[in-house]
Write a protein that binds this ligand. Structure first.
Ligand code: AP5
Length: 210
């Protein structure tokens, strides 16, 4: 199963990717996580991406396409993968096609902009392993401590209100057109994001079977 998760920032792509990846036994690949890791390690890629990310803008297509090309060539992707946060522009989708990659299903998780603001401002992520929590919807067992690795959970730099606004603007302008792109292929399924993570998971798994 080669799967794409589409959706606005904070729609719950990463949260659902984590569940589906366990369910299907295939890796979840988040370009956002790869870029944040590069930033943390002070690599050239991290330096290039920093200002775009901090401002809520997209990292240039050629940079992200190169990242995905390298990642999808790894052995663990041979039986399938979940793409979370890629493609995000029509040229990125065209680049995937040009790589000869056949996508089986595209799930678009839809959540209203007003709900996104609440989700992102309450999100906390583990500094060490990247696991994601929410202060109300998905709290860690001990406040500020990651359930998985015991690392410290913090707010992401781009989860501040002004940056969230810009990310939503960029989403509507540059990423939303991908719905039309994949609708034409007949592989698009829409999932209405629910208040409860488990309810969204149930709908997502159903959309995968359909
Ligand atoms: P990225 O890391 O991909 O961020 P994003 O797409 O903006 O998505 P998020 O990670 O913010 O949200 P999500 O949909 O995964 O939601 P989550 O599950 O965490 O990208 C960051 C930046 O990197 C971009 O701005 C760009 O600069 C760059 N970048 C990355 N990919 C790129 C690309 N392809 N091209 C160019 N640039 C790129 O959930 C959010 C919160 O809500 C969590 O706290 C969660 O617990 C909670 N939650 C989830 N589901 C529910 C639910 N059902 N009910 C209640 N709460 C929920």
């Amino acid at each position: 199963m080669n799967l794409i998760l589409l959706g606005a920032p904070g729609a719950g792509k990463g949260t659902q990717a984590e569940v589906i990846c366990d369910h299907l036994g295939i890796p979840a690949i988040s370009t956002g996580n790869i870029i944040r890791e590069a930033l943390k390690n002070g690599t050239e890629l991290g330096k290039q991406a920093k200002s775009y990310m901090d401002e809520g803008k997209l990292v240039p297509d050629e940079v992200v396409i190169a990242i995905i090309k390298e990642r999808l060539a790894k052995d663990d992707c041979q039986k399938g993968f979940i793409l979370d946060g890629f493609p995000r522009t029509v040229p990125q989708a065209e680049a995937l096609d040009a790589m000869g990659i056949v996508i089986d299903r595209v799930i678009d998780i839809e959540v209203a902009d007003e709900a996104i603001q609440k989700r992102l401002s309450g999100r906390r992520v583990c500094e060490s392993c990247g696991a994601s929590y929410h202060v109300d919807y998905k709290p860690s067992k001990v406040e500020g401590v990651c359930d998985k690795c015991g690392g410290k959970t913090v707010q992401r730099r781009d989860d501040h209100p002004d940056t969230i606004k810009e990310r939503l603007h960029v989403y509507h302008e540059q990423t939303e057109p991908l719905k039309g792109y994949y609708e034409k292929t007949g592989k698009l399924k829409i999932v209405e994001g629910q208040e409860d993570v488990k309810d969204t998971t149930a709908l997502t798994l159903k959309a995968l079977e359909a």
